[in-house]
Write a protein that binds this ligand. Structure first.
Ligand SMILES: Cc1cc2nc3c(=O)[nH]c(=O)nc-3n(C[C@H](O)[C@H](O)[C@H](O)COP(=O)(O)O)c2cc1C
Length: 171
């Protein structure tokens, strides 16, 4: 699949089919995340896989009743792991790079999902403590993104973007 078509076709999916996703496809998503750049190549993040319905329901609660988190067969949790970045980068490592590392890995994952006919949506609106508690995450990790992944349950509409003339500036 053409890279630019994958980027063009990716849309936030908020309705999922009741179909499991293949292990190989999930593995490919995770391998792709692992290829993302990171500060100092320290990979200051961790990814948790959530499959159990009970846990996905807990995520719905932690994320302001975003019900599709329980519909998707898999939710990936991208967590910053500042301890991996702090030694080399200090405060900038903990407050910025670890979060950026997790963020880039998630962006790669969304595209890897799309390239395999799967959809996802970036969920950033959630109670961090509630997510950490319900999944028993190690206290040093900070959940940054919940990413439900699955087969589309509907055809999503493309969202508009800013005009390049508004977005781009000559310095
Ligand atoms: C940092 C961030 C936080 C987001 N949080 C949520 C969220 O909590 N729930 C949701 O449904 N979508 C969320 N989104 C998805 C955006 O709403 C979506 O990407 C945007 O409207 C553009 O639509 P598109 O992804 O279909 O191109 C988030 C996206 C980002 C990057």
């Amino acid at each position: 699949m053409d890279f630019f078509k994958i980027v063009e076709d990716r849309r936030s999916m908020r309705k999922y089919a009741n179909t499991p996703i293949e292990d190989e496809k999930l593995h490919k998503i995770l391998e792709t995340a692992n290829k993302a750049p990171s500060a100092g190549n320290l990979q200051g993040y961790e990814i948790y896989i959530v499959r159990k319905l009970e846990q996905r329901k807990a995520l719905v609660k932690a994320a302001m009743d975003q019900e599709f988190l329980a519909e998707a067969p898999v939710v990936l949790i991208f967590c910053a792991n500042p301890a991996r970045s702090v030694e080399k980068y200090g405060e900038r490592g903990t407050s910025l790079y670890a979060i950026q590392d997790a963020t880039i890995a998630c962006a790669y994952s969304q595209l890897a999902a799309k390239a395999q006919g799967l959809d996802s949506v970036w969920v950033g609106a959630f109670d961090e403590n509630a997510v950490s508690e319900s999944l028993h995450l190690p206290p040093e990790l900070r959940p940054i993104i919940l990413l439900p992944v699955g087969y589309a349950g509907k055809e999503p509409r493309p969202r508009p973007r800013r005009d390049l003339r508004d977005l781009i500036h000559e310095a």
